[in-house]
Ligand binder design. Structure first.
Ligand code: HEC
Ligand code: HEC
Ligand code: HEC
Length: 159
């Protein structure tokens, strides 16, 4: 039979294990599942539930169509994600992906997903290229416009 008092101890033990594990994966302050900042407007480009699980498919598919077939549709435009999901920092300006509060990092840090998209793509609205290709617009970033290297990258990235 379960003794009274076992539950609290079990819960404390589990919480301890969870916090230790979270600490080795990402920020030590993580106490539970990530809570991404609320997006602007009242809905995303697809139902939120679908987006939560499948945003990467939409992005990859859209990229394929844009870069290889020259088709431009607004639904999965990365700049629009960045715009609607901007998170303001202490200075009132949208944070870049170097800040752990950045929308795209909230879950990715938690799930230990690492993206290199923002080596070429801007991670906040209105960003211009000042860092020699880092976080600049792909149109202006040196190297990013190099079609051969881009294609090599895309082939490597698969999907
Ligand atoms: C017009 C504004 C807008 C655009 C553009 C937009 N979103 Fe959203 N997004 C929202 C809103 C509003 C929600 C649901 C409310 C919320 O944030 O909890 C949401 C939800 C999400 C979620 C789920 C968040 C959660 O709490 O689980 C993800 C992931 C997401 N969006 C990714 C993207 C990506 C990737 C793009 C670009 C392809 C994008 N969004 C474009 C407004 C937008
Ligand atoms: C080596 C530089 C580079 C990297 C890294 C990169 N991209 Fe791109 N991406 C480009 C360029 C250049 C274009 C073409 C820009 C255009 O024509 O608008 C592009 C276009 C796109 C497009 C279609 C246009 C748009 O803005 O929506 C999407 C979506 C996209 N990339 C998503 C991604 C994602 C997601 C990642 C990370 C997994 C990524 N990219 C990584 C350079 C890069
Ligand atoms: C609601 C949580 C959440 C948010 C917010 C979120 N992601 Fe993700 N993302 C995930 C998870 C979880 C995975 C890993 C899924 C997997 O491995 O199957 C992932 C994977 C990805 C991948 C594929 C990476 C790879 O190497 O396979 C891309 C690209 C991506 N996310 C782009 C974005 C962008 C861009 C944003 C911000 C606009 C964003 N995500 C915001 C949860 C999120």
């Amino acid at each position: 039979m379960w003794m009274k008092g076992s539950w609290p101890r079990l819960v404390v033990a589990l919480a301890l294990i969870a916090s230790v594990m979270a600490g080795t994966l990402a920020a030590p302050a993580l106490a539970g599942p990530p809570t991404p900042a609320k997006g602007q407007g009242d809905k995303c480009v697809a139902p939120t539930d679908w987006m939560r699980r499948n945003h990467m498919k939409g992005l990859m598919h859209h990229r394929q169509r844009t870069v290889h077939e020259g088709i431009r549709t607004p639904q999965f435009d990365l700049n629009r994600c960045i715009d609607c999901h901007q998170v303001k920092g202490d200075d009132g300006k949208p944070v870049t992906v170097s800040d752990s509060r950045h929308f795209c990092r909230t879950c990715h840090d938690y799930a230990a997903v690492k993206l290199d998209c923002f080596e070429c793509h801007a991670s906040r609205p209105g960003e211009t290229t000042t860092t020699g290709g880092l976080e600049g617009s792909p149109h202006g970033a040196p190297g990013a416009g190099d079609v051969a290297s881009l294609n090599r990258y895309l082939e490597g990235a698969g999907r």
